[in-house]
Design a binder for this molecule. Structure first.
Ligand SMILES: Cc1cc2nc3c(=O)[nH]c(=O)nc-3n(C[C@H](O)[C@H](O)[C@H](O)COP(=O)(O)OP(=O)(O)OC[C@H]3O[C@@H](n4cnc5c(N)ncnc54)[C@H](O)[C@@H]3O)c2cc1C
Length: 292
């Protein structure tokens, strides 16, 4: 399907990749970045005239930064799934989510950067990264800029990148609290299928079980992954009990804007959104040592 490509570049540095992109842009014709190719190949876009392969760039890493983590854009899903550092961070929700991305063969090729840059509303890494307040680092003609993940997605398969190269995802240090816990939930036809609905939650509790910080992130229920901010506000300042969990889940479902497609109806998605958020919050409570 790439039989109409006139160029396939394999840069080894970010600077070289950006120079190649700029040269191709001046030359004209459609093209862009390719990492694992697991989204791009399936899209079968025969108008592409050049591709710049990212897999030789030195961007496959998980590194400690100021109490949080930096994840290079070409880190493969399989590497996140098995990362010992990330398994020990935030209840391991990033490895858990990465581990549900397709089959083992897909995860061996698929990258973290490709998962976000492709901007599927159902992508597996967006909800946990949103619940962790992640930011992305984008390199382009004007240098490097940092964008909160919440502002990165612009619509179905649309981001703020506009030709920029996603270089790194930075997950900041978790909030300081007596207890903090996270959970990732996914509903698919099979666990490894693309999500019908997915959700992630994070809470920080003080010594009395009062929620001092909350994050609820939803996937596959709107054109972009999103935070359910009003549901988060319902949790903050309240003791995390069953009634509060149920109210927040109800509110999160009200903030969803699902559509009907071949994977599920809008009504089903909204109902499952409520169920998944309730499960996520209940799991957070359990992990923080509270029984509901
Ligand atoms: C059978 C199958 C099952 C799948 N199951 C799931 C699933 O369960 N969950 C899920 O979330 N996804 C799933 N996917 C989708 C896909 O595997 C993931 O989204 C994957 O992470 C994409 O990464 P990639 O490196 O292969 O991206 P590519 O296909 O290489 O690129 C995807 C898009 O992102 C752009 N891009 C890639 N890297 C960058 C970068 N660093 N900077 C800027 N732009 C970039 C490319 O130009 C392209 O437009 C599945 C795909 C298949 C084929």
């Amino acid at each position: 399907m790439f039989d109409r490509l006139r160029a396939f570049h394999r840069p080894t540095t970010v600077a070289q990749a950006l120079r190649l992109f700029e040269a191709e842009r001046r030359r004209g014709g459609r093209g862009g970045w390719v990492a694992g190719g697991t989204d791009l190949v399936v899209q079968r876009d025969r108008t592409l005239r050049y591709l710049i392969d990212l897999t030789r760039l030195p961007l496959g890493y998980v590194r400690r930064v100021r109490g949080g983590w930096a994840i290079g854009a070409t880190t493969r899903m399989a590497d996140v799934e098995h990362s010992r550092q990330l398994l020990a961070f935030a209840n391991g929700i990033l490895p858990e989510a990465a581990g549900t991305c397709g089959s083992q063969q897909i995860r061996n090729m698929a990258t973290v950067g490709g998962n976000l840059a492709n901007a599927s509303p159902a992508c597996d890494l967006a909800p946990p990264l949103l619940a962790l307040d992640a930011v992305v680092v984008v390199a382009g003609r004007g240098g490097r800029r940092t964008v909160p993940l919440e502002r990165f997605f612009r619509g179905v398969n649309r981001t703020v990148l506009s030709g920029g190269l996603l270089v790194e995802i930075v997950v900041p240090a978790p909030p300081k609290a007596a207890k903090a816990a996270w959970s990732y939930q996914k509903l698919g036809r099979l666990q490894s299928d693309i999500a019908v609905v997915n959700a992630a939650a994070g809470v920080a509790l003080d010594a009395h079980g009062t929620c001092t910080w909350a994050r609820i992130a939803l996937g596959a229920v709107a054109p972009t992954p999103l935070r359910a901010r009003r549901a988060e506000a319902l949790l903050e300042g309240r003791v995390l009990d069953r009634a509060v969990v149920d109210a927040a889940a109800e509110q999160a479902a009200a903030e969803a804007k699902p559509v009907t497609d071949l994977r599920g109806t809008a009504e089903y998605r909204r109902a499952m959104c409520r169920v998944l958020v309730a499960r996520a919050l209940a799991e957070c409570a359990h992990r923080a040592g509270r029984s509901l």
